[in-house]
Design a protein around this ligand. Structure first.
Ligand SMILES: [Zn+2]
Ligand SMILES: [Zn+2]
Length: 689
């Protein structure tokens, strides 16, 4: 009879098969009331699932844990809401045919064919939501029933939806011998849908929902097949969580770096150049250059040296490093030399043969570099090293190229060419811990300066049960401990993740939370015992013998593209002074103060500030609005009275009122200090604001 192991390790024994709901009730009335589903041996199931043999059981409830709602509970709620939405749509649009409706990370959708009748628009959402609310209020149970596959197919064919017939065929291809339906209420009486489940126990358990948008889609994603309408919605356990999510969506829309990137002219993606290839326009280039200067300044202080390397390298280099042919799918195809190409053409070599011969090394060529490490390794190997010169720290803002599938390309976060804030440290085994500390102190400084104080790190350790790792286990132990120690110095939450290390070494990953609570995976610091081996690197030790160095790869901010994309959203385009493409705009109130405005503009420029002057004939309110649209941090408004007293009226972006008046020199000097100190000192402090 079933022995059921609960998450706390305790075991409950039952005399006969029980449902998950009954087990929940036997634990406590509160749990039974909160339960929306069950996890049986790790698989998400209905609360009504019958447990007839020994298993591990966890009752799923929508209770918040560690700041977020339970992902399994949300899955059940959203999937169930998709059913309620589909029923509501069929009630209001009886001609439609349902296709497929999965839950998503932030909601759900249903693909629906509206062919042969009225189409849906977002104007229909209020009526649909009212119909859904009615179904939810009826608190009908989700009732599962199954039919043998043949019988189920018969039923589906009789109902006449080719979409559902196709879904069922695919379920059978995947190995199902039965087909299951979920009726929202009583089978045969209430609405039902072919579905594997699972669901919440009844419609009343759907806490709060909202229809969000429409999009067009195609059956099976194939544009030669039926045109469908994708109806998106979302659902949460409570109204408060839904409201918080909708606010976040709204904020995210306002901060979308693709939209702001266009509006503030920060970057451009051009079809003639290619998808996923970012063109940094002058404004965006300023932001990037300022960041690179900041990072470079700090690297110099830490004893790094700058290198430059080409964008391509011979295939043999990547055969040695192991990047070719193993990661071929994620690389641009190789570049083959002229002579080789004409020889191949003469021989009538086919594409298949070509790939084969490239792999075997019978044909040589070049690769757009997918990584900077091999080039840096060859720099290290180009000169002998003594233990006294170690570590060698080579840094480069190195551009690499990787082949991303098209489709999701469009902003700076998924690109085909990007520049890493890369560096490679070649060190002695006894230096690994200090070098990791150095890498993390830089991260701490930069995140701190940018006001990104909410971030966490993941320490990827080896899987204790696996033998796939290269290098001495004792060194691994030390390197893993060094990663932990370094992560601890940041003073932010960090998690240890066994099994997440690469086969060649442990690593530290950075995940930043932006101001609206979304997580951005940025870069990594990684210990490597493998490449020094593959490239046979060495240094001469104190014992006059050759020793193998350890490598550390570090690109803590990932790529400049991704990092700037993240910063655009973090600041909603309103960069702090030191990063702002245009730092201050001088706005003369009228022609009378034009000469004074020009003098101020020239002085700001001479102080190294990115200042501009608006000499248009617009009224001052219009000039202020233009500057505000471009999110310029400061406006210096000058009228005849200011000119007379050699004063400036200062406006800061995002504040309604004037900061006040300040003397000409004090303003120029204050801004210059704010810029140079990267915001540690601010001109606003002069005004006490
Ligand atoms: Zn379902
Ligand atoms: Zn590397």
């Amino acid at each position: 009879m079933p022995r059921i192991t609960l998450p706390d390790g305790s075991v409950k024994e039952f005399a006969s098969p029980v449902t998950a709901a009954e087990v929940a009730a036997s634990i406590g009335a509160g749990l039974a009331k909160a339960a929306v589903g069950a996890k049986v041996d790790g698989e998400l199931r209905d609360l009504s699932a019958v447990l007839d043999r020994d298993c591990a059981l966890a009752i799923v409830t929508p209770e918040k844990r560690e700041g977020g709602a339970d992902a399994d509970a949300l899955f059940l709620i959203r999937h169930s809401t998709a059913h309620v939405m589909a029923e509501a749509i069929q009630n209001l649009f009886p001609h439609v045919k349902l296709v497929y409706g999965p839950p998503l990370e932030t909601g759900f959708y249903y693909d629906i064919s509206f062919e042969g009748g009225k189409a849906i628009s977002t104007d229909d959402f209020p009526a649909l939501e009212a119909e859904m609310a009615r179904i939810v209020a009826e608190n009908r149970p989700f009732t599962r029933y199954e039919l043998p596959a043949a019988k189920g197919m018969e039923k589906l064919r009789a109902e006449g939806s080719k979409f559902k017939v196709d879904n069922a065929e695919r379920a059978q291809e995947a190995g199902s011998t039965t087909l299951s339906w979920y009726a929202t209420g009583t089978p045969g009486t209430n609405w039902e849908d072919l579905c594997r489940g699972p669901h919440v126990p009844s419609t009343g358990r759907i806490g709060a929902f909202k229809l969000t948008s429409l999009a067009s889609s195609y059956w099976k994603g194939d544009e030669r097949l039926d045109r469908l309408t994708r109806v998106y919605g979302t659902a949460f356990a409570t109204k408060e969580e839904l409201a918080a999510h909708l606010t976040q969506l709204d904020e995210a829309k306002k901060r979308d770096h693709r939209v702001l990137g266009r509006q503030l002219r920060l970057f451009h993606i051009d079809e003639m150049v290619g998808q996923g290839l970012i063109l940094w326009t002058p404004n965006g280039s300023i932001v990037r250059q300022e960041l690179q200067n900041f990072i470079s300044d700090e690297l110099r202080k830490q004893g790094y040296t700058q290198v430059f390397t080409p964008h391509i390298g011979k295939l043999d280099l990547y055969r040695t490093s192991g990047h070719f042919p193993y990661y071929r799918e994620s690389q641009y195809p190789p570049i083959i030399e002229h002579d080789q190409l004409s020889m191949l053409a003469k021989e009538g070599c086919t594409c298949g043969e070509l790939a084969n011969r490239l792999e075997k090394g019978e044909i040589d060529g070049y690769l757009l570099k997918p990584m900077n490490c091999p080039h840096h390794i060859r720099i290290f190997a180009s000169a002998p090293h003594s233990y006294r010169d170690m570590p060698v720290r080579l840094s480069e803002f190195g551009t690499v190229y990787r082949w991303e599938q098209s489709g999701e390309i469009g902003g700076m976060t998924r690109v085909r060419g990007f520049t890493q804030d890369d560096a490679h440290l070649f060190c002695r085994e006894d230096q690994v811990a200090d070098e990791l500390l150095g890498c993390l102190s830089l991260v701490k400084l930069i995140f701190g300066t940018l006001g990104m104080n909410e971030y966490r790190v993941r320490v990827g350790l080896r899987d204790p049960d696996s033998a796939k790792y290269v290098g001495d286990p004792r060194n691994w132990d030390k390197a893993e401990e060094a990663c932990r120690t370094a992560a601890r110095t940041l003073g932010v939450p960090f998690s240890e993740e066994p099994g997440e290390a690469a086969f060649y070494g442990p690593k530290i990953d950075f995940v930043v939370k932006d101001v609206i609570g979304r997580s951005w995976q940025l870069g990594t610091v990684q210990v490597d015992y493998n490449l020094p081996e593959r490239f046979d690197l060495s240094y001469i030790g104190a014992d006059n013998q050759q020793h193998r160095p350890v490598m550390i790869h570090r690109a803590p901010f990932g790529s400049m593209e991704r990092f700037v994309g993240c910063l655009i959203e973090h600041f909603a385009g309103a960069f702090p002074l030191w990063l702002a493409p245009e730092q201050v705009r001088v706005l003369p109130i009228s022609e009378k103060s034009a000469a004074y405005a020009r003098e101020l503009h020239a002085a700001l420029r001479a102080a190294g500030l990115r200042a501009s002057l608006d000499e248009s004939n617009d009224r001052i309110q219009g000039k202020i609005k233009d500057a505000s649209d471009m999110k310029v941090p400061y406006c210096a408004v000058v009228g005849p009275r200011d000119a007379e007293g050699r004063k400036v009226s200062v406006r800061a972006f995002g504040t309604e009122a004037n900061l006040g008046e300040i003397g000409f020199d004090a303003f120029v000097d204050g801004l210059a200090r704010e810029y140079r100190s990267r915001g540690a000192e601010t001109v606003r402090s002069v005004f006490g604001k």
